[in-house]
Design a protein around this ligand. Structure first.
Ligand SMILES: Cc1cc2nc3c(=O)[nH]c(=O)nc-3n(C[C@H](O)[C@H](O)[C@H](O)COP(=O)(O)O)c2cc1C
Length: 171
């Protein structure tokens, strides 16, 4: 595309703040995505998670390129998506980095086991999707991880942890 047209089109795009405000309206389930890499356990809070297909069972997660957990997942080739119960809102805060904890430190709270791959599975999760990395796509600032689901767990119950308007709630 010619650069003048490209510049004009960019100028017409909604700005980042408008996009953030619109996305704040979207209610999302909250998950902790974990892995077990050479440096040990690692995980982050993520709402950019979706199922892709039922057969074969496939999920996707969008992770920022700077994420330490992303680097660990790319090395290990495994990740587990743990869908949180509302009662686990403090874990979501810990795994978002807002308590200043990283890597293994984030696992001090919660009861953690594993399913098939060895990636940490949260005992109180409503559902856990244990995945092998099937593909990684680079899109702007993020990577889309496509995971083949190899095991399913989750023994939790009650309302799920929903994020909307920069706050957690239960539904
Ligand atoms: C509610 C909420 C949802 C988030 N969703 C995502 C997400 O989908 N993808 C992402 O890369 N980061 C997301 N984050 C930010 C990460 O949790 C945060 O940057 C984390 O500290 C990354 O940890 P790491 O560098 O150890 O991997 C979210 C944060 C919050 C509070």
């Amino acid at each position: 595309m010619n650069s003048m047209v490209d510049t004009a089109l960019r100028a017409a795009l909604p700005d980042a703040q408008a996009f953030r405000e619109a996305m704040a309206q979207v209610a999302s389930a909250t998950h902790i995505v974990t892995t077990l890499g050479p440096a040990g356990r690692s995980g982050l809070t993520a709402t950019a998670v979706s199922s892709v297909s039922v057969s074969p069972p496939t999920m996707l997660v969008c992770v920022e390129a700077a994420s330490r957990t992303l680097a660990a997942i790319e090395e290990s080739g495994i990740f587990c998506i743990n869908t949180l119960a509302a009662a686990d809102h403090e874990l979501a805060t810990v795994f978002s980095g807002r308590r200043g904890l990283t890597g293994e430190e984030r696992f001090a709270a919660g009861e953690w086991g594993e399913l098939s791959t060895g990636a940490p599975a949260l005992a109180s999760a409503l559902a856990s999707f244990d995945c092998r990395v099937a593909a990684v796509h680079r899109v702007t600032t993020h990577r889309i991880l496509i995971g083949k689901v190899v095991a399913i767990g989750g023994g939790g119950s009650g309302p799920g942890l929903v994020y909307r308007h920069r706050r957690f709630g239960g539904f």
